[in-house]
Design a binder for this molecule. Structure first.
Ligand code: FMN
Length: 196
């Protein structure tokens, strides 16, 4: 009764949404990915920074190069998902801050002139954006399979550069046969929320 979001949308985004481990071969189009990004780009970040970068792994050759960096148990999922995305954090995100905060362009140098500070901010805010992206995939009626079981340095060297830190690989598509494990329990409200 307290939520204003339509119950069917609540189910689509959370209650019935699951992490898919198998996929049909129905393609995921660039138009779908663009619609997802154009929705989730509005998710909030510190100073409105936008450090998330999304690398769509489309060619068979690139897919093969990625699969070899995945943990063994993850390899078949990444090999067969209709679309795979590498999500990374751009540690030079501050260059875009004047565009993203036109009313306060001085923030770029005042807060983010030092690389370690940028790496910390990029890691937190790109992770937030990755979470928004996963929910956006669900909003498109698709299933996401996020994975961190991979060789991060291998993926960085293979697909990114020194300025980008890989966060996770996400398999995207419609769920296939036996797509999920049994739903695991979640912590109850009382275990998580305290009031002071
Ligand atoms: C950041 C992240 C990393 C994950 N890494 C892996 C992984 O390497 N391999 C895997 O099979 N599942 C991985 N998962 C899937 C989780 O185990 C799954 O999302 C969680 O158990 C909830 O499952 P449910 O959505 O079906 O309830 C990962 C999920 C997230 C969000």
């Amino acid at each position: 009764m307290s939520l204003v979001l339509d119950p069917a949308a609540q189910d689509l985004l959370f209650r019935e949404a699951r992490t898919a481990n198998t996929f049909t071969d129905e393609p995921v189009t660039d138009e779908q990915v663009q619609a997802i990004y154009d929705l989730v780009k509005y998710g909030p970040t510190a100073f409105n920074q936008s450090p998330l970068r999304i690398t769509l792994v489309r060619s068979a050759e690139a897919r093969e190069r990625l699969v070899k960096h995945m943990a063994e148990g993850n390899q078949p999922k990444t090999a067969t998902a209709p679309l795979v995305a590498i999500l990374s954090a751009d540690n030079e995100f501050h260059e875009e801050l004047p565009q993203l905060m036109p009313h306060a362009p001085q923030i770029k140098d005042a807060f983010f002139s030092e690389r370690p500070v940028r790496e910390g901010a990029a890691s937190l805010n790109a992770a937030l954006q990755a979470a928004y992206f996963i929910v956006g995939v669900r909003a498109a009626g698709l299933a996401a399979g996020p994975m961190t079981g991979l060789d991060f340095e291998g993926v960085r060297k293979e697909f990114l550069d020194d300025d980008h830190t890989p966060l996770m690989v996400v398999n995207i598509g419609r769920p296939g046969p036996d797509a999920w494990f049994p739903r695991s329990p979640r912590l109850a409200y009382e275990q998580v929320v305290t009031t002071v």
